[in-house]
Design a protein around this ligand. Structure first.
Ligand code: PLP
Length: 381
């Protein structure tokens, strides 16, 4: 099997799996509450390790069950009013776009999409900055790398404009945490969301939300806050806790938290520097090989794409093509027009296959996958 679906879910490293198995065994043996108390220090490493990974304090991190869970919690903290503007891009993640549309329906916000550079190499920063000045958005929301292509958006440059204009800035870093070095101060974001299961190689059902000190001090809190996120100080009043824990709930999947902490420590040991060089380089190698195959059109744009390699292949429908890859032992993922209404319309494609290697994949695997695609291009489903 060749696992080229790391943008879906990375493979667990052995210590990650072991951390979770050990905890489940402890829960079965001594009780769930007692097990989390016994491992309290290791559990705290969930926040500490992620803080180390993205350059903040543990108190800026909240656990979430997924990147989407983190994202909607963050959105729920913003008291949108009719006419408020959300400024985003044409390459934002599908679920974020649906959430904005839901906010439009319920609260009458306006969604503004900054234009792309000519040729579609990512957002036009100057045009986006001009929109920031003219529209004064309530929120600037950018996906670092969308799910449907390897495009890397210039999140730090956008962040500099947000800081200059004092605008609230939310970054979806779901595909980049674990693939690149991420520094929230360099990005200048107020809120950042990610999952642990993709390039971080953590367990499914986990993610996190970064909340800046600025946002915490300003009193942002999720719409629904529970007894963990707030103190019920008197019958008619509650007070949110000081840290990003106000975005968490009382109940945690402790084995998952321990698995995430182990995954982050593992990534830090391997080193985000080497990972961020090798992983996109494997993607580049694959892109080059695929681009040389007649009938294949590589779809990723932008100067330095991430390790999400997307392409269309003539003569094939989506499902049979993915199935043909599956039966040849190659893990991949499909993206459809619905995932990327702007991007796929611009590229004039209805679907694309996504191959996403990670640092543990090899050059030989890249070449074998490209040969398989070439073979299938000849056969035409
Ligand atoms: C860019 C991006 N954002 C958000 C998500 C959603 O992550 P989750 O499934 O953890 O909610 C994904 C998942 O593929 C993604 O690629």
């Amino acid at each position: 099997m060749i696992h080229f679906n790391n943008a879906g879910c990375g493979l667990l490293a052995r210590p990650v799996l072991q951390a979770m198995l050990d905890h489940l065994e402890l829960e079965a043996r001594i009780g769930g509450y007692e097990a989390s108390a016994a491992r309290a220090e290791e559990v705290r490493d969930f926040h500490a390790s992620i803080a180390e990974l993205i350059g903040c304090a543990p108190g800026n991190i909240a656990f979430a069950g997924s990147a989407t869970h983190a994202y909607t919690k963050a959105l729920s903290a913003i008291a949108f009013e009719p006419g408020d503007v959300i400024l985003t891009t044409r390459n934002d993640f599908i679920s974020n776009q649906i959430a904005f549309l839901a906010l439009r329906r319920r609260h009458g916000v306006e969604i503004v999409h900054a234009p792309d550079l000519p040729g579609g190499g990512g957002v036009d920063i100057d045009a986006m900055a001009a929109l920031m000045r003219s529209r004064r958005p309530r929120l600037v929301a950018v996906t670092h790398v969308p799910t449907n292509s390897g495009l890397v958006q210039p999140v730090a440059e956008i962040g500099r404009h947000c800081r200059e204009l004092d605008l609230l800035y939310l970054v979806d870093a779901c595909q980049t945490v674990g693939q690149y070095e991420i520094d929230v101060n360099e990005i200048g974001c107020d809120l950042l969301t990610a999952t642990c299961r993709k390039f971080l190689r953590g367990p499914r059902g986990s993610g996190f939300l970064y909340v800046s000190d600025r946002v915490l001090r300003a009193g942002f809190e999720p719409l629904f806050i529970d007894m963990y996120g707030a103190r019920w100080v008197e019958p008619g009043r509650y007070r949110p806790v000081e840290t990003a824990a106000r975005f968490e709930e009382w109940e945690f999947p402790y084995a998952t938290l321990l698995g995430c902490a182990a995954a982050v420590r593992y990534a830090l040991d391997v080193g985000l520097g080497p990972i961020s060089r090798r992983t996109p380089a494997l993607g580049d190698r694959l892109r080059d090989r695929l681009a040389a195959i007649p009938g294949v059109r590589v779809l990723d744009r932008g100067p330095r794409p991430a390790a999400l390699v997307t392409f269309e292949i003539s003569g094939w429908d989506a499902e049979p093509f993915k199935q043909a890859m599956d039966t040849r032992g190659i893990n991949s993922a499909l993206s459809f027009r619905e995932f990327a209404q702007f991007d796929f319309a611009d590229k004039d494609v209805d679907w694309a296959l996504r191959l996403s290697p990670h640092y543990y994949n090899t050059e030989a695997e890249v070449d074998a996958v490209a040969e398989t695609v070439a073979d299938l291009a000849d056969k035409q489903g």
